[in-house]
Ligand binder design. Structure first.
Ligand code: EPZ
Length: 422
């Protein structure tokens, strides 16, 4: 298993390019299932999860190819496709559930393994099932698989009004894709507003879908009979950008993020400015400058446009070495403090009690060997290693590779002393 070896204490200076968003690319690859025409995506990030999703579609019979270093990827999903997603692949990536909506919409049937839990929580898919059943799908769970089909005599899903028990990002994405080809109108009452949703909606509109209200909590979709191919540019990854902002704020330095979308990071940028980082926003770039110890910031994670849960671990690493005591409340997932014990191994002073962590800022962390447990926890440990005294080894960084495109190369490019050990 690969490890990262980091020697901390160096400021970060220079320029880094933000890749396409993992959480936009994954649903947008699945959207290719909605048509037999070729679909082209640009700016697809080179990530393990993207490779897994591509494998999942290959496995069904989709022709896929990558081209050019601009992260180009093309898909042709033939009518003869086998609408199944096996456990072996689904268990490694929960986002596989995103094939359910498009397969049902286009083929009228699907057999998708239940994803199972993951480190940050049980993460059920009951809301996905509830919404698709509201659209007329018959879904039973047997032998660990969701077996979905349309009722006798029906050849299409039908539009419905869907109100989920809680805001769900991939649930909203499944419903968008299913409703695009359904008969009649669908209204999503408490849709997710994360920027990856409007990005997916724009791609679907480019394929001929009729969608309004994307980016707000209420989305209207008028189903159409068929969708055609398109070329779509994947939106920049706001969580990768936020991760680099936190890294520079923690180590000190001066870095320009090319392609960073500041308008997708208001809550994080506000907190970083309150902490004392200087953040300049321009057309297609974000510049962050920091020096010395910042002021620790309390925050609670909520649905977009609030503070993103995917940035909680990274900002906590910053709070560990900031001045003052801060309180972090995780309201989205029930077990997203896995990074806390590892940060404590680096000398951090953190107490957790259920959804709340209290961090007492100290001026130095000490390097140690730590273990990544999930994607964003890994990023948190890398940031901590960049500021810790001496050498830090981060083990099990396959978690990091799932969601960051060449993280260590990008960090080395701005002055970090970091290398991958095979
Ligand atoms: C998406 O996960 C992201 N993944 C996650 O990013 C992100 O943390 C999360 O949204 C919240 O922003 C992708 O987009 C691929 P949810 P998702 O459905 O859709 C509960 C990362 O680090 N829930 O919005 O799975 C659920 O348990 C990953 O890039 C149900 O109970 O999250 C959670 O508590 C991690 N039943 C809450 O809702 C359901 O059917 C929000 O989950 C669906 C969700």
């Amino acid at each position: 298993m690969d490890k990262l070896r980091i020697t901390g204490g160096r400021p970060l200076n220079g320029e880094v390019t933000i890749s396409g968003a993992k959480n936009a690319a994954l649903p947008e690859i699945c959207a290719a299932l909605l048509t037999a025409d070729p679909v082209h995506l640009n700016n697809v990030p080179r990530l393990r999860d993207v490779a897994t999703m591509r494998l999942l579609l290959d496995n069904m019979g989709v022709q896929t190819e990558t081209h050019g270093e601009r992260g180009g990827m093309s898909f042709v999903a033939p009518d003869s496709l086998n609408p199944e997603a096996p456990y072996e692949l689904v268990k490694t990536m929960r986002a596989s559930v995103l094939v359910l909506g498009p397969l049902l919409a286009r083929f009228g049937r699907a057999k998708v393994s239940l994803p199972g839990g993951c480190a940050i929580g049980s993460r059920p898919v009951d809301q996905h099932i509830k919404g698709l059943q509201a659209m007329g799908a018959e879904i039973v769970v047997e032998h660990g698989y969701m077996v979905a089909q349309l009722p006798q005599g029906r050849s299409r899903l039908k539009g419905a009004r869907i109100a989920t028990d809680m805001v769900t990002v991939t649930g909203t994405e499944n419903f968008l894709m299913a409703a695009a080809l359904a008969e009649g109108e669908t209204v999503l009452e408490n849709a997710a507003q994360e920027p990856e949703i409007p990005d997916l909606a724009e791609m679907l509109i480019g394929m001929g879908a009729k969608i309004e209200g994307h980016g707000t909590s209420r989305i209207h979709i008028q189903g159409v009979d068929r969708l055609h191919g398109c070329t779509h540019q994947v939106v920049a990854d706001r969580i990768e950008a936020g991760t680099f902002l936190c890294a520079v704020a923690a180590t000190g330095g001066d870095v320009v993020l090319r392609h960073g979308r500041a308008d997708h990071l208001d809550a994080v940028i506000d907190k970083l400015r309150d902490a004392g980082a200087e953040i300049e926003v321009g057309d297609g770039f974000i510049r962050v400058r920091a020096s010395g110890r910042l002021k620790a910031q309390s925050f609670r994670t909520t649905e977009y446009p609030g503070f993103p849960t995917d940035m909680q671990a990274q900002f906590m690493a910053l709070n560990c070495i900031a001045t003052g005591t801060s309180k972090v409340t995780e309201t989205i997932f029930e077990n997203r403090f896995m990074h806390v014990n590892e940060l404590v191994r680096l000398g951090a002073k953190i107490q957790t009690d259920g959804k709340v962590a209290v961090i007492e800022g100290i001026d130095r962390l000490q390097g140690a060997t730590v273990m990544a447990t999930d994607l964003r926890a890994s990023a948190s440990l890398v940031i901590a290693g960049l500021v810790a005294e001496g050498e830090t080894i981060v083990d099990r960084i396959y978690h990091l590779d799932r969601g960051y495109d060449q993280m260590e190369a990008k960090l080395r490019g701005i002055g970090a002393d970091i290398e991958r050990i095979k």
